[in-house]
Every structure is written in C-alpha cells, then in structure tokens.
Design a protein around this ligand. Structure first.
Ligand SMILES: Nc1ncnc2c1ncn2[C@@H]1O[C@H](COP(=O)(O)OP(=O)(O)O)[C@@H](O)[C@H]1O
Ligand SMILES: O=C(CO)[C@H](O)[C@H](O)COP(=O)(O)O
Length: 519
C-alpha cells in the first residue's frame, strides 16, 4: 500500500488497484468524499476523503476518468518562467457542462496561463459520480498551473452551472444527495413550491434549485434526516473544497433557490419553510473574499498564505463578464452545451412561464434564460468539434435554410418555452450533412432570436448587439447566420471563456479584501 502523506491527522492509502480509501475519520473540515480515483490522480496528492454516501448510505465506488486536453502557456510568460517579478495573478476556474477550464490573469487582464480538463461521469452514470469528476478536475487543474505561477496567485474564484446543487452533511462534509444537475427537473416538488412562492416566480420551474431541495426534503429531509444537512451550489461546493467553510454562496447562484437580489435577502415566504435552514445563510456579491485557502491545499499546490478564495457565479454570467459587454441593450449569448442569453436591461423581468429571470450584476439587471438547444446536440449528431468546423465552412450563411427544427439533445426545454415534455424535432434529415447542420445552426439561431424578442415583449430593453461566448463562438458561419436571423450585430467576444470571467471576479475579490484591510 502506498501511504498517503498524512496531514492534519488523517491518513489514506492507495490500494494496490490504485484506489484511494480512507482508513479512519478525518478532520471534519476536510471534504468528505470517498472515491476510488484512477491512479492518474495519485500524482496530485489532494486532500483525502471519507466514505461517499448517497441517500442510501452505501459507499459508492466511483471512478473519475480525467483526460488532460490542453494547456497553453502564454507567449513570453509561460512554462516555468512565471509572472515576471511575481506580478499578482488572479485565478478563475469554470465548471461547465462538458469540462472544466482555468484562466490565470494579471491586473491588466493579460492571460499568463490557461488550461482545461474534460471530465466524464463514471461508467454506469449516477449523479454522485459528477461530484467526484468535478473534484478530481479541480485538483488536476490546480496541478496543471505552472508551479512558478502559483505563489503569485492572489485570489481564486469558481463559476458553475446554475441550479446545480448538492446536499452535504455539515458535520462530516459527506455528500448526502445529488448533485442535482442544472437541466434535471423535479416536477414532483413543483406543487409545493408553487403553493408558497409568488405566481410565476423564478423558483416555479421544475428545474429550479428550490424544486430540487424540496424534492429531497420530501423524500429524505422532512423525517428528521436533515439534521446537519446543508444545500450547496456546485461552485459553492468546489470553493468549499478550497476554503473549508460552510454556509457561503453568491446572489447569482442563490437566485434559483429563491434569493431576492433586489432585497439582497431570502424572502419571508421562503424563510417560513422548514427546509429554509438548509439554505446558505451568507449570500454575498460574486467576487467577494471568503477565506484563505486551507492549509493542506495551500501547501500541496504551493499557493501563498495570502491567497484568498472568493465567491463565484454561474457559468453564463462568468461568460458575460469575460465578454465585457456593458450598457443596456448589450447582450452575451453563451453557445456552450446549452444556449444561455444574458441581456443588460434597465427593467427587471422574471416569468417562470417562459423560463425568464433576472440576475443582478453590480447595478444592472441581466435578463435572460437558457435553452437546452445548443452545442450538446451538435456533439451528439456530428461528433467532434473539428468535423463541426469543417462542415460549417461548407455552408453559405447568407442563404436561409428551409429546414425547421427544434434541436434538443433530449426531451425537455427551459427557455424561451418552459416545457418539460417538449420533444426534439430534427426531421426531415437531408442526405447532405452540411445541409443538415445548416438547418440545425439556423434553427438554434431562430430560438436565440425568439428568446431576445420574448425578453423585449416582457418589458426588457431591446437588444442592440450580441457578443458570443462559449465553444460555438468559434464558428464564423454560425455567427453570420445568427446575425442575419437576429437582425442586430453579432460578433465573437474577445474573451470567450467563462473561466476568464471567473478570473475577473477573483481580481475583484482581491481588491475588496485589500480595501477592507485598508479601512
Ligand atoms: N466550431 C463549432 N461550431 C459549433 N459549435 C461548436 C464548435 N466547437 C465547439 N462547439 C460546441 O461548443 C460546446 C462546448 O462549448 P463549451 O463552452 O465548452 O460548453 P460547456 O461549458 O457548456 O461544456 C460543445 O457542445 C460543442 O458542440
Ligand atoms: O444552461 C446552463 C448550463 O451551462 C446554465 O448554467 C444555466 O442554465 C444558465 O443559468 P444562469 O442564467 O442562471 O447563468
């Protein structure tokens, strides 16, 4: 057995099959999550963890396969060279649907290092496997950062997919239930949520975080099983792995559990519910300093004692931040696995009937929603991105496709139509793959256009320009099709990765901490 370096009173050993098992209890603050991690992770002795229990109380054997896709060292500042003169650096990490990425920037916004890791759920599926994949990807990415840069990292922030939540035991750190993913729906809980929330409130969607919490509460929590259970959003949980404190979130992630960003508080109708005690009590602005990095993680990865972990946001808001769109009428469409629109609006608009909600960002309202039609269906139908790019080059974006699809990866749509039972529509399929792709790209553009016109109909500021983020932003043909269909200028953002937006939040958090220390 290979002894795991003991630290803060815990030990774990790798079994001969390279599986990480914990021999005895560990410091309660250390995240508890037992997984049999492929030997790959052995190189990064990340904090040991405890038995991983889902609602059934049985240890789950999970294997997270991590594939390092790429790491680019920036020209001139890469490899072991490190930031010149120890320039303070700010780390953003994005946990999207298909993978995790990091971006390490300086105060001027120059990228000193970036990288990504694809993750895949363990064989046999299972929600719990996602937590182990995310956790493994987090520590793999920290290990991918050039060691020479790490002491200069002043702050860290993480974005995750919205309405993605976990139920954790705050006594042991063990995962009690979930993760419940952003596009999973819990219609069983909808009547109970609609009975307490205002009509058409953001939480009145079966995929809302509140429906996920209430569904768990009705099956496991109400009977007293909720003792020390707490709700954590995906980015809260990943940040907690770094700082070890419970009860902290941000007002973007907390929106879909019912937090009111205008009042900057949970509404009384929510606080009156028995399950409200699971909610994170400290909901802060995105990019607020939380705490220093935990000693074991800091020493493991060579981070500075000054490095501070900061609150995060959701992935599409991080992408919005990266695009630096400013002013009413400016919008960012994230073309990732899904299609998420964010429009800067003077008026707040929330209407669960259409999957429309408003996020607060500093003094503005980001009105929008997210459709399940997006890159996921492209990958499903055309395989890798290179083929997508090659086929796209054969399409004339000036010609409108006569094909009328609704390209969902599976049943269920959130925006601009909130319909759990909406089925994909991808017929008739032409002989030519290029024609088929043209129809799909144009049909997703029509969904995007419908989304922006719906926001206008509901009272939001009219869209004047759209910047594009996410993997689909690379597709110039699609950009041209979208510009024709939307009827407003559409262009690729200079920074298309949400991780860059998370790094900007880390920069804000470092400045907030400096300001607080100075006052
Ligand atoms: N050239 C391209 N044209 C259209 N879509 C693309 C292209 N390259 C990548 N994509 C899409 O981008 C998506 C991945 O983008 P990303 O922003 O990483 O998404 P997420 O964070 O949701 O996983 C994939 O679903 C893929 O289909
Ligand atoms: O679809 C998603 C997956 O990438 C988004 O995370 C999410 O639905 C968008 O939510 P929000 O508008 O709260 O950022």
């Amino acid at each position: 057995m290979v002894p795991y370096p003991s630290s803060s009173g815990r030990r774990a050993v790798f079994s001969v099959t390279g599986r990480l098992l914990l021999l005895h209890r560990i410091a309660p603050m250390v995240p508890a999550l037992a997984l049999s991690v492929e030997p790959l992770a052995r190189r990064h002795h990340h904090p040991a963890i405890r038995g991983f229990r889902r609602g059934q109380g049985h240890a789950a054997t999970l294997s997270a396969r991590i594939t390092m896709l790429s790491r680019q060292d920036p020209p001139g500042g890469g490899g072991g060279g490190g930031a010149a003169g120890g320039t303070p650096l700010y780390l953003g990490i994005d946990f999207g649907t298909s993978g995790a990425r990091y971006s390490l920037i300086d105060r001027k916004g120059a990228v000193h290092s970036e990288g990504k890791r694809a993750y895949s759920p363990p064989v046999g599926g299972g929600g719990a496997g996602w937590a182990s994949s995310w956790r493994a990807a987090l520590f793999q990415l920290l290990g991918d950062i050039p060691p020479a840069h790490r002491p200069s990292i002043s702050s860290i922030s993480i974005d995750g997919t919205s309405a993605t939540a976990l139920i954790v035991d705050s006594e042991t750190g063990e995962l009690l239930a979930g993760p419940f993913l952003y596009n999973e729906s819990f219609p069983d809980a909808l009547p109970a949520v609609e009975a307490v929330a205002p009509a058409n409130h953001t939480v009145c969607s079966a995929s809302s975080t509140l429906c996920k919490l209430v569904s768990w509460w009705n099956t496991a929590g109400a009977g007293g099983g909720a003792g020390s259970a707490v709700l954590m959003h995906q980015s809260d949980w990943l940040l907690w792995l770094l700082h070890g404190r419970y009860g902290v979130s941000d007002y973007n992630n907390a929106l879909k559990v019912g937090y009111d960003p205008a009042a900057d508080a949970y509404p009384s109708w929510l606080m009156a519910q028995p399950y409200s005690r699971l909610l994170p009590p400290s909901v802060m602005v995105p990019g607020a300093p939380i705490a220093a990095v935990r000693d074991d993680v800091r020493s493991q990865y060579g981070l500075s004692e000054e490095c501070v972990v900061c609150t995060g946001t959701t992935d599409s808001i991080a992408a919005f931040l990266a695009a630096r769109a400013a002013g009413p009428g400016r919008a960012v469409t994230s073309l990732g696995s899904t299609l998420a629109v964010k429009l800067v609006s003077e008026a707040r608009v929330d209407d669960a009937r259409f999957g429309v909600y408003s996020h607060r960002l500093d003094g503005a309202w980001l009105v929008g929603g997210a459709s399940n039609a997006g890159g996921a269906v492209l990958r499903q139908l055309f395989g890798d991105d290179r083929r997508l790019a090659a086929l796209s080059r054969g399409i004339d974006p000036a010609a409108a496709s006569p094909l009328d699809y609704y390209p969902l990866p599976r049943k269920g749509e959130r925006f601009p139509v909130a319909d759990l039972d909406m089925a994909p529509r991808l017929e008739p399929r032409p002989e030519s793959d290029a024609e088929f792709l043209h129809g799909i790209l144009e049909s997703i553009a029509r969904i995007e256009a419908k989304g922006y016109s719906l926001l206008r109909e509901l009272g939001a500021t009219a869209v004047e320009e759209v910047l594009t983020a996410g993997g689909g932003a690379q597709n110039e043909t699609w950009t041209a099709i979208r510009e024709r269909v939307l009827g407003v200028p559409v262009r690729k953002a200079e920074q298309t990765e949400a991780a860059y937006g998370a790094a900007l939040l880390a920069l804000k958090g470092a400045d907030r901490r400096a300001g607080a220390m100075a006052s």
